[in-house]
Design a protein around this ligand. Sequence first.
Ligand code: COA
Length: 154
Amino acid sequence: MDEIEIHPVQPADTGEILTLQLAAYVAEAQLYDDPHLPALVQSFDELAAELRDSLALKAVLGHRIVGAVRGHLDGSVLRIARLIVAPDLRGRGIGTRLLAAIEAAGDGQAEWFALFTGHLSSANIRLYERHGYEETHREQIRPDLTLVHLTKES
Ligand SMILES: CC(C)(COP(=O)(O)OP(=O)(O)OC[C@H]1O[C@@H](n2cnc3c(N)ncnc32)[C@H](O)[C@@H]1OP(=O)(O)O)[C@@H](O)C(=O)NCCC(=O)NCCS
């Protein structure tokens, strides 16, 4: 989508990004039968602090924020999290563009990119593998939820 632009997140975007995050993670809540996923119970203040302390990017279509992602530099590793796209605009390459943009934003400082997703989120895993990420390990955090950790060399 040519008209999509990627920009740094501003503090004033926090409310819209929280709403977008809630909408984006509904499908994950259904997948894991869990309405209390961390992304769904995060408070405005927690999100504001996280955005302030991260490299945070948004995808904008006109006046609407339609996607976002954040990355946190941890030594030589850029930990990428909360890649979200508005449910009505999925499958058009916005997630792919945001992932490429956050990698570019961390490039130069990061030697590795790292992220994780749930074991049932096969579309997410496909997206990351298409981008060159490889699974490093799995971490069972509940009987019904295993996190799949992936990394990619910068
Ligand atoms: C994960 C997520 C961010 C992906 O966003 P997206 O914008 O749909 O991603 P893309 O469009 O780049 O890629 C998704 C699919 O669209 C296809 N696609 C990519 N570019 C495309 C284009 N220009 N036109 C049509 N389809 C395209 C991809 O091939 C991919 O297909 P696949 O699922 O069959 O492999 C989004 O689904 C989301 O918000 N999920 C909920 C939150 C979440 O789970 N986030 C990840 C946390 S780890």
